[in-house]
Design a protein around this ligand. Structure first.
Ligand SMILES: [Zn+2]
Length: 205
């Protein structure tokens, strides 16, 4: 439970970041981390088109550098992008200066006011440095599609169990998540639509 839906006492350790959008309306914010890669991202884009759903892709700078045409596809299909650092680095392992520099290196390729820290970890000085320039987007539901201990059914059940109004939901367009995600994502989208959730993009400028 702690992982799938971070509790309030964890959330307050990260001042000024977004975990969930206001709960007044029946809507969700679908997000994908760690792409773009040719093996998985185009598959996700086709699926989202089938359902007419828009999402936000938190891209790793190095992947954008290697696969600019896939990155461009994400934008051309009407989705939003966010910065997920250049090398998918973990805040607790880096000095703030180097963490910010790695994020800025990614920002040269990814034009976005949105940032999501890899692994969901940042040290406080890193938050304070980055939050002036970025909206830092965490999540309300992480599907754990990347976990070798999860099954597609388990991933789908995380979505069913934890999604609520305003949830920011995380999937991954990565090789690690591919198998779970490809089966659980269509089922999740169908279930969310049946429940009456509207899919939204972040309205931060
Ligand atoms: Zn990541």
């Amino acid at each position: 439970m702690f992982i799938e839906q971070p509790p309030w006492f964890y959330r307050v350790l990260f001042p000024g970041v977004i975990w969930r959008r206001p709960a007044a309306e029946k809507c969700v914010y679908l997000t994908f981390d760690d792409g773009p890669i040719p093996e998985v991202t185009p598959w996700v884009l086709d699926l989202l088109d089938q359902y007419g759903v828009k999402a936000t892709f938190f891209c790793v700078g190095e992947n954008v550098y290697k696969h600019p045409e896939i990155y461009q596809m994400v934008l051309d299909r009407g989705h939003r992008v966010g910065n997920h650092t250049y090398n998918h680095i973990q805040g607790i392992r880096f000095w703030t200066k180097n963490y910010v520099a790695n994020t800025e290196k990614a920002a040269a390729l990814i034009d976005s006011p949105l940032f999501r820290p890899p692994h969901g970890h940042m040290r406080r000085p890193q938050i304070l440095r980055l939050r002036d320039k970025y909206k830092i987007i965490m999540w309300d539901v992480v599907t754990r599609d990347y976990s070798p201990h999860m099954t597609p059914n388990g991933v789908f059940n995380v979505v069913r169990k934890y999604t609520r109004n305003g949830s920011v939901i995380v999937f991954h367009d990565s090789l690690k998540a591919e198998q779970n995600m490809k089966e659980a994502l269509p089922r999740s989208i169908e279930w969310l639509l049946q429940q009456g959730y509207e899919f939204r993009l972040f309205d931060f400028p």
